[in-house]
Design a protein around this ligand. Structure first.
Ligand code: ATP
Ligand code: MG
Length: 595
C-alpha cells in the first residue's frame, strides 16, 4: 500500500445515492469521468477480472466459444435490421473522416449473425454458441448509481445458432443452467423471472434479478411459483357483461373536479348511489402521453385505466417500445382542442357529437384501455367539456377503444396470470437476460444454412447477456456494512490484507516476512506497509473500507509470537501463533470456497 495507486476518501461523492456507488468510489475502486462513464482503478480492476473469469469459465464449460468484436461498428448491418433507427437516442452514432456513419455497439446480434453467415453454410456446422466479454455503449436516458447503469459498461453477450426450435430450446436451457452456476458463484440472492421480450422480438425470455431495494426493476411472485418482471405481467380480463338494460349514460356538472379524488367526493355529495358509495374504481381515468417514434415523429396516445390505478411508467415504456414516452404538455393540448385537460373521455357529451377517442373517433387520437375495461363495464369518465363528467358510460355500447394496453400498475394482491395465487412485489437489479430470439435477425440478415435435404433454411437464434461491470456494483450492494465493503472471497481484490500496526523494526520485519510467506502459499496479498506517520487507526479504517475478507494484524503481540486474524464480514477475531498463521489463512480461504 505504500506504493499502490490508491487514495481512499472520507466523504461520499456528492452524486452518489446507493451504497455500492458511494463505497466503490470512496474505497478507490472506480472514478467518475463523465455521467455514466467510469475508470477502473487497480482495486476495481481486480474485482472486475474475477467476475469476468467466473463468467468465462462457466460459458466455456457449457461449450460456448469466445470471440471479440470491435465496439466501433459500421452502420450498414444495423440498417438492415432497422436498429440504426429503432434504437433511437440510446445509440451512440458517429461518423468517420470520410463521412461514413458508424456506431458504438449497444449489443451485437447483427455482427454475430453476419460472422456465422460468413463462415458457415450447413446444418452440420450447428449447433453453435459464441460469446464475447466486451464494452458496450448506450446513451442511457438516466445513467445511475455509478457502474450500475453506465453509458459505457462491460457485458458478456452470447448467441446460439440452431437449425430448429428444438435445438434452440436445448441451447436456451444450457444457458439458463450456466447462468444459475454463474450467479450462485457471484454470491447474491437472485430470482429468475419471466421477462417481456420487448423491442427485440422473439418469444421465451427470462431475467436474472439480484434481489435489492436499490434495483430499478420491480418483480412479482406468487406462492404458487409464478415469478415475472412487472413489465411482463398480464391481466386476466373479467368476462364481458351483458349491457342490455343498463341505464343510458348521462352528462353531469362536476365543477372543479380535475382529479379522481375530487371527482369521487363530488359524486358522493351530489350524485349519491343507493347501494354503496362511489369509489375511484368506478371511474375511468384517461391519461395522455406523447409518443416519440424512432423516426422522430410524435403521436398523442390516450390510455384509459380504472381510476384506482396509476399508469406504470416502465410497463407503458415496454408496451410502446421502440417509441419513447414523453409528457403531454400545454402546447400539445393547444394543438389538440378536442382534449379538455382534467375532463378527458372517449365521448364528447354535447348535442350532435360523438366519439372523441377510439375506433370511431373524430380526433384520430389512438385510445387504448386497460384489459379490465371489457364490454359492458360502466364508468364515470370525462365528458370533454370543462367541469363535466358522464355517469354510466358503457364500454362496447357508448365507446369502442382501439385496443387494450398493459400499462396499469400491478399491485400486491393482484392475481397471478397463471392462477397460482395473489402476487407480492419486490425490487431487483437486472443481472442477466436470456432470450429465445428466433429467426428475426437471421431472416433480416439472410443467415441460412442447408438442411439435411439440401434445402436452405433460416437459422434460429438465442441471445444471452450478463452485466459484468454491473455485477461488481450488485455484489457491493450486498457485501457492505457501515464501515465499508466486505467482499465475498470469490470476488475480493485480494485474499488477505496484512496490516503492519507499529513502527518497531521487529514489527516491520515480521510484516514483510508474513507477506512473503502468504504469497509463497499462493495467496494474493495486500500489505499495508505505509510508514509510521500513517497510524494503525487509519490503516484499520482503510482495511475495513477496502473490504478484503481476511485481515492479519501484525502489532505489538509479535514479541510474544502472536498476530491477530480478523474476518471482515463477521467481525470475528482471534490471536494466532505466528508459526501457524499462514496455515490458518490458507484454511480460511479454502473454507470460503475461493480458489
Ligand atoms: P435494463 O433493463 O437494466 O436497461 P436491458 O434490458 O437493456 O437492461 P440487456 O439489453 O438485456 O439489458 O443487456 C444484458 C445485460 O447487460 C443486462 O441484464 C444488464 O445486466 C447489463 N446492462 C444493460 N444495460 C446496462 C447499463 N446501462 N449499465 C450496466 N449494465 C447494463
Ligand atoms: Mg436497457
Amino acid at each position: 500500500m505504500s506504493r499502490m495507486f490508491l487514495r481512499t476518501l472520507r466523504d461520499d461523492p456528492a452524486d452518489a445515492e446507493v451504497p455500492s456507488h458511494k463505497l466503490l468510489v470512496r474505497a478507490g475502486y472506480i472514478r467518475r469521468v463523465a455521467p455514466g462513464i467510469y475508470s477502473w482503478l487497480p482495486l476495481g480492476l481486480r474485482v472486475l477480472a474475477k467476475v469476468e473469469a467466473i463468467v468465462r469459465e462457466e460459458m466455456e464449460a457449457m461449450g460456448a466459444q469466445e470471440v471479440r468484436f470491435p465496439a466501433l461498428l459500421p452502420r450498414e448491418p444495423y440498417d438492415v435490421t432497422n436498429r440504426w433507427t429503432e434504437y433511437g437516442p440510446n445509440l451512440f452514432r458517429l461518423s468517420d473522416r470520410k463521412g461514413n456513419d458508424m456506431l458504438l455497439g449497444p449489443t451485437h446480434e447483427e455482427m454475430f449473425s453476419l460472422l456465422v453467415k460468413d463462415l458457415y453454410s450447413s446444418y452440420k456446422d450447428l449447433p453453435l454458441s459464441l460469446f464475447q466479454i466486451q464494452t458496450k455503449y448506450r446513451d442511457e436516458a438516466r445513467p445511475r448509481a455509478g457502474i450500475l447503469r453506465g453509458r459505457e459498461f462491460i457485458m458478456k453477450d452470447s448467441y446460439s445458432f440452431d437449425i430448429d426450435d428444438a435445438g434452440l430450446e436445448v441451447a436456451y436451457q444450457a444457458h439458463r443452467d450456466a447462468y444459475i452456476r454463474i450467479f450462485d458463484r457471484l454470491g447474491f440472492e437472485y430470482v429468475i423471472v419471466a421477462a417481456d421480450s420487448g423491442a427485440m422480438g422473439g418469444s421465451a425470455s427470462e431475467e436474472f434479478l439480484a434481489v435489492s431495494e436499490t434495483g430499478e426493476d420491480t418483480f412479482v411472485r406468487s406462492a404458487g411459483g409464478y415469478a415475472a418482471n412487472v413489465e411482463a405481467v398480464t391481466t386476466i380480463p373479467p368476462a364481458p357483461i351483458d349491457h342490455t338494460g343498463l341505464p343510458a349514460s348521462r352528462p353531469v356538472e362536476t365543477p372543479g373536479t380535475p382529479t379522481i379524488d375530487s371527482l369521487v367526493s363530488h359524486l358522493n355529495d351530489a350524485f349519491a348511489r343507493d347501494d354503496r358509495p362511489w369509489t375511484a374504481a368506478d371511474t375511468l381515468k384517461n391519461v395522455l402521453v406523447m409518443l416519440r417514434h424512432p423516426d422522430g415523429t410524435r403521436e398523442p396516445l390516450v390510455i384509459g385505466v380504472p381510476g384506482d390505478r396509476e399508469v406504470d411508467a416502465k410497463r407503458l415504456e415496454t408496451q410502446v417500445s421502440p417509441a419513447e414516452v414523453e409528457p403531454f404538455e400545454d402546447k400539445d393540448f393547444a394543438a389538440n382542442p378536442a382534449l379538455v385537460k382534467g375532463y378527458i373521455g372517449p365521448v364528447l357529451m354535447a348535442p350532435g357529437s360523438g366519439a372523441v377517442l377510439g375506433a370511431e373517433s373524430s380526433s384520430g387520437i389512438r385510445y387504448l384501455t386497460d384489459p379490465r375495461v371489457v364490454d359492458g363495464t360502466s364508468w364515470v369518465t370525462g365528458a370533454n367539456v370543462q367541469g363535466s363528467h358522464v355517469i354510466g358510460l358503457v364500454a362496447g355500447r357508448d365507446f369502442t377503444p382501439d385496443g387494450t394496453i398493459e400499462a396499469a400498475e400491478v399491485r400486491a394482491g393482484d392475481p397471478a396470470p397463471d392462477g397460482s395465487g395473489p402476487l407480492s412485489l419486490a425490487r431487483g437489479i437486472e443481472m442477466g437476460h436470456i432470450f429465445q430470439l428466433g429467426r428475426k435477425y437471421a431472416e433480416a440478415l439472410g443467415l441460412q444454412v442447408l438442411d439435411h435435404n439440401g434445402k436452405l433454411v433460416t437459422v434460429t437464434m438465442g441471445s444471452y447477456g450478463v452485466g459484468i461491470s454491473r455485477a461488481v456494483a450488485a455484489v457491493a450492494e450486498y457485501a457492505h456494512d457501515d464501515l465499508g465493503l466486505a467482499w465475498p472471497a470469490a470476488l475480493a481484490p485480494f485474499d488477505v490484507h496484512v496490516v503492519v500496526a507499529g513502527k518497531d523494526q521487529t514489527i516491520l520485519d515480521a510484516g514483510s516476512q508474513l507477506y512473503d510467506d502468504l504469497r509463497g502459499a499462493g495467496l494474493d496479498v495486500l500489505i499495508d506497509d505505509r510508514p509510521g506517520k500513517v497510524s494503525p487507526g487509519v490503516k484499520f479504517k482503510d482495511a475495513e473500507l477496502i473490504g478484503v475478507p481476511i485481515t492479519v494484524v501484525v502489532g505489538r503481540g509479535i514479541v510474544d509470537g502472536s498476530v491477530e486474524l480478523k474476518l471482515r464480514a463477521s467481525g470475528e477475531r482471534e490471536d494466532v501463533d505466528v508459526a501457524d498463521i499462514v496455515q490458518s489463512v490458507v484454511d480460511t480461504v479454502r473454507g470460503s470456497g475461493a480458489s
